[in-house]
Design a protein around this ligand. Structure first.
Ligand code: NAP
Length: 283
């Protein structure tokens, strides 16, 4: 029978563990704080920012909110980041992406102190992941590792195909699976024979950004399928990169959309935030 991997339950489990930890740290007089910066008022970004603040409240993390107007200059944003970098009471800094076009995203990512880079996007943290050192890991791929482990799915020695090579999902995902001793192949838009390649996967992780792209033809019988994609269809219903109805009956385990990978991203952001504080207070 197919195991439906329950991201809602697992993310709540992680948030509850963090809540307990944060309460213990508070008793020692240590308060965790995340600064969230949003430039402009893109509606999707506003929803993400609101959800991040709600998660902070639930866990007991103090959140500082900076809602800056669309016309904020890069210099102004960099100045705010510098101020927060120097503020010892702030443990994590998050700039909601995308930023408006007149601001160079890369400048912003590199300006955040790597010790406060709870999104795990800074080259120092990406480099640390690459060479197997400690550092912050991009939240969505880190969440997928938790989904697999907490669902008792073995990773070691398995053939894993990751479709997608973005800096925030595909590449860190592949590195994390490698760290867990899977045999990893990364596929992308120039990959030849994608179907045949996917059919070799014991674990297929799909981050293409195309609704219902992966059908049963791409999936080996009994594989584990992780769907990172998130889209709204014509009826305003959420769906993933995987055609769930078609694929699920052929899998040993699968993540639904919604309720699979999605809730894990914020849970791992909160995890990174608490880690950022612990790293400071222990050093
Ligand atoms: P992205 O930057 O657009 O990357 C998409 C990747 O898929 C690229 O590497 C691209 O290859 C590859 N690709 C596109 N068409 C393909 C095809 N026909 N065959 C094989 N590979 C193909 O997207 P992303 O930021 O990684 O996000 C992927 C999806 O995950 C999106 O739906 C996004 O909304 C979702 N997402 C969800 C969460 C969450 O919390 N659940 C978080 C982040 C992202 P090339 O490199 O060759 O162009």
């Amino acid at each position: 029978m197919t195991q439906i991997i329950d991201g809602k339950r697992i993310s709540l489990e992680i948030k509850d563990e963090l809540k307990e930890k944060v309460a213990r740290l508070k008793e020692e007089g240590k308060e965790c704080c995340l600064a969230v910066i949003q430039v402009g008022n893109d509606p999707a970004s506003s929803v993400y920012v609101r959800n991040k603040k709600k998660a902070c409240e639930y866990i007991g993390i103090r959140s500082l909110s900076y809602e800056l107007p669309e016309e904020t200059t890069e210099e102004e944003l960099l100045a705010l980041i510098q101020k927060l970098n120097q503020d010892a009471s702030v443990h994590g800094i998050l700039v909601q992406l995308p930023v408006p076009k007149h601001i160079v995203e890369d400048h912003i990512i590199k300006a955040i102190d790597p010790r406060k880079d709870v999104d795990g996007f800074h080259p120092m943290n990406v480099g640390a992941l690459t060479i197997g050192e400690r550092g912050f890991v991009s939240c969505t791929p880190a969440g997928i590792i938790q989904l697999l482990k907490r669902s008792d799915i073995d990773i070691e020695g398995k053939n894993c195909v990751v479709i997608g090579r973005s800096n925030i999902v595909g590449k860190p995902m592949a590195l994390l699976m490698l760290r867990e001793n899977a045999t990893v192949t990364i596929a992308h838009s120039r990959t030849k024979n994608l179907k045949e390649l996917c059919k070799t996967a014991d674990i297929l992780i799909v981050a293409i950004g195309k609704p219902k792209f992966i059908t049963a033809e791409y999936v080996k019988e009994g594989a584990v399928v992780i769907d990172v994609g998130i889209h709204r269809n014509a009826e305003n219903k959420l769906c993933g990169d995987v055609d769930y109805e078609d694929v699920a009956p052929h899998t040993a385990a699968i993540t639904p959309v919604p309720g699979g990978v999605g809730p894990m991203t914020i849970a791992m952001l909160m995890h990174n935030c608490v880690e950022a504080m612990e790293a400071v207070t222990l050093s």
